[in-house]
Design a protein around this ligand. Structure first.
Ligand SMILES: *Cc1c(COP(=O)(O)O)cnc(C)c1O
Length: 386
């Protein structure tokens, strides 16, 4: 099996692996597994936090998506991230991170891990030179997202992997926005990939989950130990839902991207729009890097509307198909104002330094009919003019 869709559909669901030849992997709800002999009590499945057949099948499928040797499933993206930090860092260690990270990741770093003596330095990782300059003797990890949320900034994974490795540090890439369909950081030199499975991978806004993918056996065994020791595992039912979502990841991403590209172009031409951020546009300052390290540009974009916060609020409230909501990556289109919603916890000066204006609107473009989406945006802009 080589092709992305073939693997996404078949890995973890081989009919020969169950008693009845199920075409779809069954849900194993049992929390404990009985043995007939004392000699076997630690053989096979013992307890579902430690190992569960449904979660195992999902982990096989998740590994296949990133062409990784190993994958681990967690109860949320943040649980996955916390487990990576707890498993691989200790007091006194230093991490260099992109200054444009998912807000929850930033909160985990500063307000949780910081209390345990782990230090974080934030830099604009679009320029690898900034990352190199921030390295210290105790730097053990570089942590990036690419593209970032909500400004769609890119970091050069290959260049940062070289910087990390020449310093004896690990490169972690949060690949949630790009998805494994469009970008595979491990193949570009990253050591660890993390995902909020909640977003595109599950894809239907009905399950919260996270994943970590790695190739290195030693890192994997540390993560496996901490997955059980910390205990933030994904439930069997949620594992099954994620497996179901993954089977259509490729077709969903094709459609997300086609709609997003068309909407980005529509917005770029609209007189009420100041600026559009989408890596697939020629006007994106890192379009060349996007072409080199991604196979597609995804379904996320943001834009600045003319008229400031007031116009932004009136616009998002007037839409009928785009739901006014946080989160992203589901089949339905969502829209939000980062300054008031997803990024409201970042102090204003810091937001402005990063480039998040009050007039910025973030869109998770869904897979509805493009004509309906454009018509909805059109009526929103028309009402602004009234
Ligand atoms: C949502 C998100 C997370 C956190 O994942 P949860 O599943 O909500 O815990 C991390 N990184 C990115 C880029 C995200 O969008």
């Amino acid at each position: 099996m080589k092709g992305f869709s073939t693997k996404a559909i078949h890995v973890g669901e081989e009919p020969g692996s169950t008693l009845h030849g199920d075409v779809v992997s069954p849900i194993h709800l049992s929390t404990t597994f009985a043995k007939t002999r004392i000699a076997d009590v630690d053989k096979g499945y013992v307890y579902s936090r430690t190992g569960n057949p449904t979660r195992d099948r999902l982990e096989e499928k998740l590994a296949a998506l990133e062409n990784a040797r190993y994958a681990l499933a967690f109860s949320s993206g943040l649980a996955a991230e916390a487990t990576v930090l707890l498993a691989l860092l200790r007091e006194g260690d230093h991490v260099v991170a992109f200054d444009d990270l998912y807000g929850g990741t930033r909160r985990l770093f500063d307000r949780v891990m910081g209390r345990f003596g782990i230090r974080f330095t934030y830099v604009d990782a679009r320029d690898p030179g900034n990352v190199a300059k921030a390295l210290e003797r105790g730097t053990r990890m570089l942590w990036i997202e690419t593209p970032t949320n909500p400004l769609m900034k890119l970091a050069d994974i290959k260049a940062l992997a070289e910087i990390a490795h020449s310093h004896g540090a690990l490169l972690v890439v949060d690949n949630t926005f790009a998805t494994p369909y469009f970008q595979n950081p491990l193949e570009l030199g990253a050591d660890i990939v993390v995902h909020s499975v909640t977003k595109y991978i599950a894809g239907h806004s009905d399950v919260v989950g996270g994943a970590v993918m790695v190739n290195d056996e030693e890192i994997h065994s540390k993560l496996r130990f901490h997955q059980n020791a910390v205990g933030a595992v994904l439930s069997p039912f949620d594992s099954w839902l994620v497996m179901r979502g993954i089977k259509t990841l490729a077709v969903r991403m094709e459609r997300h991207e086609r709609n997003a590209m068309a909407i980005a172009r529509y917005l770029e031409d609209h007189p009420m729009v100041e600026r559009v951020y989408y890596p697939g546009l020629q006007s994106h300052p890192q379009h060349g890097l996007a072409r080199r390290q991604m196979r597609g540009y995804g379904g996320m974009l943001s834009f600045e509307i003319r008229g400031g916060l007031d116009a932004a609020v009136r616009f998002v409230e007037s839409l009928r198909i785009f739901a006014l909501a946080e989160s992203l990556g589901g089949v339905e289109s969502l829209i939000e104002i980062p300054a008031l919603m997803t990024h409201a916890s970042i102090p204003r000066e810091e937001r402005e330094r990063i480039g998040i204006k009050d007039s910025l609107i973030r869109v998770s473009v869904g897979i509805e009919d493009l004509e309906d989406l454009i018509e909805d945006l059109d009526q929103g802009f028309r009402r602004l003019g009234e």
